[in-house]
Ligand binder design. Structure first.
Ligand code: ARG
Length: 576
């Protein structure tokens, strides 16, 4: 924490005879910037001190004003508004960013702790939809945020590669599949075959039978079934891998549902023996109605582990996967970044694990999120109303490329650089759009907003970063390490520095709430403050103390923006 704030809190605590943490807990920036740098709401202490908040405020104000680091302290009703010694405050903030550089905002809070993040986890033999886009982007950002806080993060891709639907797919392929077409169209063709299977099954019920028979063969290890299945997995992975590369994502563990197929049998057996699961009309279930927390959740449906036809389910494999992950990583937490539509599934899953007596069941978190809605329905929809990630990605890059082309006169980018920028900014726009709302909220995706170079958008943040990079290039010298902060007296300079100071706490809240939105929102404010500063304060060519101090501020803002963008999973282009 900044030493000036600490000094103020200590002095106030001393005076009021309360713990320092209490004062630190309420000390915050005031409602309006013009009121000063910090405020202490005194009603927080009125009751225990049996004094009026106004009286406390008045006493604090006169005592705090005596501190050398306080410029002004004024009582305003129940508040004390404090303006601190700005050059000292700015020297502290800039000094810290300059010293820590890329490591600014990092911490040791995660030392020795492992977080497993299950994210992306698409289903094979299907195109990646925009629902998968959101988990992919959210999970990746959380991964980077936790790493910045010192955690060891294991990114897990729990591919949907097992289940009765693969019997149907094999049956469909056997009937209508053309190898070359599958090779060419990949998941799109596989998906078409699958859709056709269900269409035709309506007329011809024998198809269902065929599908089930193929899944049985697959489960029993029949070579032909296995070979086809493996081929579908490999083809799908090739496609997914391309997206992960574009997004800069690598998984520490790619282990699909199929990896747990041999564990489900013994697991069900064990649960039956322990009396946690029971048979019910030929199926195996875990009843979950009895509540231990006293809350009335009689409505909780049981968790189904095995259907009456003997096949296991998504949930069964999830149960096995959770146990496997705990045994393998002894995680501090395991996060499941999966859409809110699966809330019941995770509630049941966690409850079942709790019933099994695993103390770590409390460390499982469903990081749920809302849907992405496309307002423009004419968006390329290759099949039905599903929007595919690949189309969105390609369109974003293409549209940014056009924007760059049209701005031709002003850019000094080479052809190669232009292509790079189109990629980084197109992809960045999509990433930012996915994080531009609190995770449980739905996102209304509109191209003009997503690709805009103004407002809450990826391009705006990246452009702001490139602008700062441009100033630094022109400056072309060493950044002063001990700038004369007395030269930074403009409102916009102080406001920008104070924004920079908030970065570490924003990274922490994003981790605590499992929501990178808290960081993306902050970065937008930071970009605004940066541009306000840039538009009103000339940097290059000013007298040397002013120029030196301002260039240090530019450098600090660039460093924080860059790190912030990286934590969201975006590139920070040096030129645009
Ligand atoms: N494959 C699933 C889907 O696309 C998501 C899997 C999420 N992870 C998990 N462990 N259940 O809906």
């Amino acid at each position: 924490m900044n030493p000036i704030v600490r000094e103020i809190a200590e002095r106030a605590a001393d005076l009021l005879r309360v713990p320092v943490a209490r004062v630190e807990g309420v000390l915050a920036p005031p409602r309006e910037e013009s009121l000063g740098d910090y405020t202490i709401p005194c009603f927080a202490f009125a009751k225990e001190l049996r004094r009026s908040p106004q009286e406390i405020a008045a006493e604090l104000a006169s005592a705090l004003e005596e501190l050398s680091s306080v410029e002004r302290a004024e009582a305003a009703g129940p508040y004390v508004n404090i303006t601190v010694d700005r050059p000292r405050l700015l020297a502290h903030i800039l000094g810290q960013v300059l010293r820590e550089g890329e490591g600014y905002g990092s911490s040791g809070e995660g030392r020795g702790k492992t977080i497993v993040i299950d994210y992306s986890s698409p289903n094979i033999a299907r195109p990646f939809t925009i629902a998968h886009m959101r988990t992919t982007v959210l999970g990746h950002s959380l991964k980077r945020i936790y790493e910045h806080l010192g955690y060891r993060v294991v990114g897990v891709n729990h591919l949907g590669d097992w289940g009765t639907q693969f019997g149907a797919l094999i049956a469909a392929y056997k009937r209508w599949g053309v190898r070359e077409r599958v090779e060419r169209e990949n998941v799109y063709e596989l998906f078409r075959l699958y859709v056709r299977f269900h269409e035709e099954a309506k007329q011809d019920p024998s198809l269902e039978e065929e599908g089930r028979a193929w899944f049985k063969r697959l489960e029993e290890g029949d070579p032909e079934a296995r070979e086809l299945w493996q081929w579908f997995v490999d083809l799908s992975w090739q496609v997914f891998q391309r997206y992960y590369e574009i997004l800069g994502i690598e998984f520490e563990e790619v282990r699909g549902e199929s990896a747990y197929r041999d564990r489900t049998g013994p697991l069900i057996q064990e649960l039956l023996e322990k009396g946690i699961a029971k048979e019910s009309r030929g199926a195996v279930i875990v009843p979950l109605e009895d509540s231990e927390d006293g809350k009335d959740d009689k409505e909780e449906p049981p968790l189904l582990l095995r259907k009456s036809d003997g096949t296991t389910l998504y949930a069964t494999r999830d149960l096995a996967a959770a146990i496997y992950h705990y045994e393998t990583y002894r995680f501090h937490k395991k996060l499941y970044v999966v859409d809110a539509g699966q809330s019941l599934h995770f509630k049941q899953l966690f409850k079942a694990l709790e019933k099994m007596g695993y103390p770590w069941a409390k460390d499982l978190v469903h990081v749920a999120f809302g849907v992405v809605l496309f307002e423009e329905q004419r968006m390329s929809t290759r099949a039905g109303r599903v929007v595919f990630f690949e189309d969105v990605l390609n369109q974003a890059v293409e549209r940014i490329r056009q924007i760059i082309e049209q701005a031709e006169k002003k850019t000094d980018l080479t052809e190669e650089e232009k292509e790079r920028v189109a990629q980084d900014v197109g992809v960045g726009a999509i990433v930012y759009a996915n994080l531009s709302r609190s995770r449980l909220q739905n996102i209304h995706f509109r191209w003009d907003e997503v690709l805009s170079f103004e407002g809450r958008s990826g391009p705006y943040l990246q452009y702001t970063h490139a602008r700062l990079a441009g100033v630094l290039r022109k400056y072309g010298r060493e950044i002063p390490q001990a700038p004369d902060c007395a030269a930074l007296s403009q409102l916009q300079e102080v406001a920008l520095a104070k924004k920079l100071e908030q970065f570490p706490s924003r990274v922490q809240s994003a981790a605590r709430e499992y929501d990178p939105f808290l960081l993306s929102d902050y970065l937008y404010d930071l970009a605004l403050a940066t541009n306000k500063f840039y538009d009103s304060c000339r940097v290059l060519g000013e007298p040397s103390e002013v120029e030196g101090a301002r260039i240090a501020l530019v450098y600090a803002a660039k460093t924080v923006l860059k790190k912030g963008l990286e934590l969201l999973g975006m590139k920070a282009p040096e030129k645009m």
